[in-house]
Design a protein around this ligand. Structure first.
Ligand code: HMG
Length: 445
């Protein structure tokens, strides 16, 4: 069977940084510990005045194409996953292709373009679509470009404001991929939910506390569905488990759930039983509430154990490193978590070829998808080619007043003019609106 998966990746962060414990917490009269310890966040990335979902996507894509020596003829599809689109008809991928057309010889005339929407899980769905297109033999030797791009902004004063972020992840999906090959086994957990949505509005309506529970429920269902096709999954099967990371504290809540499932019925559960008893089995309880209470107590005990903590610090903690410094990138978030994990492996000289990742994606509304990936020979070169550390270090550190201004600049209902905070340097920039209210871009040398 042909191996298909992610051949290359590039990341583009918004060029502004809001320091959450130092700048945001004092302005909100909150304890910085809520951010660093509770949510697990240090900073959010924001787009400068001339940045948006198109510029970030096109800049990530250009870096990827240049590094891989690709021309438009090599790309058979451009799928943009976003939940920050500004047009109900014209897809963001057309704007991105327009930007790229302006700097390459040749063009994307014969490239199929689209936009994928299902909150944060859309990036993973776009990878799926591209893989299916390749496996169906319809790609004519070409690869697909999947770009997850979002400005994850909340209304000011919404609890979600603490978890904002902005950036793009561009991925080249191809046969014989250099970085990771996707298993065709996957599990879904999907239900009609109204926890987080944007009904014809820019900023989301969010039931934050409920969204956390919905995330956990859909993940549980996806896990059961995956095991129904892939069989039992055990901790030793996976080096890292990158999850969708709206904020690292969310993954800290999801991880015990994963570990509990991983060890259930194994010798690890037997070993732990002396100290915390066996895992509660639903059949032994009269009501669902009693069962859930018992599970919750078991998980509290579980997270205190050294076995759990060692697994968490090896398989989960390294996936959170970039998210901690940029906030929620919605569609890009789980793909940042994958990169974060592989960066950790590269830095610690861990041999990863043939090693496995368990990728757990999630989108509000709500759907979780979990699938395994196998790391390929070229993974280290791909990860070492990234310049994300330089990008993060170069971000302009905004004050709280500057944060309010830049939030207004990106609010479609406000007309706020302000000087840019940084200077473009060899990148696509937003230049204003055209006669049909289309957004316009140019490449700034
Ligand atoms: P909140 O009310 O701002 O925060 O809402 P909190 O008071 O619940 O505090 C957060 C955590 O910090 C709590 O930990 C506190 O105890 C702790 P927990 O009890 O939950 O473990 N804390 C402290 N810890 C140490 N020292 C302190 C301290 N103070 C407090 N001093 C909420 C938090 C997540 C609800 C809010 O940020 C929100 O609404 N976020 C947006 C929704 C969201 O991100 N949901 C996550 C699941 S849904 C999802 O992932 C999908 C999404 O990405 C969208 C999509 O799919 O498109 C959002």
């Amino acid at each position: 069977m042909t191996k298909v998966g992610i051949d290359a990746v590039e990341i583009w962060t918004g060029k502004l940084k809001l320091d959450l414990p130092e700048t945001f917490a004092p302005a909100k009269d909150e304890d910085p510990g809520k951010y660093t310890k509770g949510l697990g966040l240090e900073a959010s990335s924001f787009p400068d005045t001339y940045e948006d979902i198109v510029t970030m996507a096109a800049n990530a894509a250009k870096r990827l194409m240049d590094r891989k020596g690709l021309t438009p003829d090599d790309i058979g599809r451009i799928d943009v996953a976003t939940e920050s689109a500004f047009d109900h008809s014209k897809p963001v991928s057309t704007y991105v292709a327009g930007c790229l057309d302006s700097v390459y010889e040749g063009d994307f005339t014969h490239t199929n373009k689209g936009e994928r929407k299902f909150a944060c899980v859309a990036g993973t769905q776009a990878i799926d679509d591209t893989i299916n297109w390749i496996l169906a033999g319809r790609n004519r030797g070409r690869a697909g470009l999947v770009i997850a791009t979002d400005t994850a902004l909340y209304a000011r004063g919404d609890p979600g404001e603490a978890t904002q972020g902005a950036g793009a992840v561009a991925m080249l999906v191809d046969e014989d991929p250099a970085m990771t090959a996707l298993s065709l086994d996957q599990g879904f957990g999907s239900k009609d939910e109204t926890d987080f949505l944007k009904p014809n509005q820019q900023f989301p309506s969010v039931d934050g506390k409920r969204s956390v529970q919905v995330y956990l429920s859909r993940m549980r269902e996806a896990w059961a569905d995956l095991e129904s096709v892939a069989g039992r999954i055990e901790p030793v099967d996976f080096a890292y488990a990158p999850f969708h990371t709206p904020f690292p504290g969310m993954v800290r809540k999801a991880a015990p759930l994963a570990y509990r499932r991983l060890v259930r019925g194994t010798s690890v559960e037997d070993d732990l039983a002396d100290r915390i008893g066996r895992q509660p089995r639903e059949a032994k309880f009269d009501t669902r509430e009693d069962y859930e209470e018992a599970i919750s107590a078991y998980m509290d005990d579980l997270t205190e154990l050294v076995e759990y903590q060692e697994w968490y610090s090896g398989a989960i903690e390294p996936t959170l490193d970039i998210a901690r410094r940029v906030g929620n990138w919605y569609t890009g978030s789980v793909h940042l978590a994958r990169v974060s994990a592989l960066r950790h492996a590269a830095r610690s000289n861990t041999e990863m070829i043939g090693g496995r990742l368990l990728i757990a994606s999630y989108g509000s509304g709500a759907q979780a998808e979990i699938h395994p990936e196998t790391v390929r020979e070229g993974w280290k070169d791909e990860i070492e080619a990234l310049n994300i550390d330089g990008q993060l270090a170069r971000r302009y550190d905004i004050s709280y007043e500057e944060y309010e201004t830049i939030h207004d600049v990106h609010d479609y209902d406000k007309d706020t003019e302000v000087e840019k905070f940084t200077d473009p340097d060899g990148e696509f920039v937003f230049t204003g609106w055209g006669r049909m209210n289309e957004r316009q871009y140019e490449y700034a040398e």
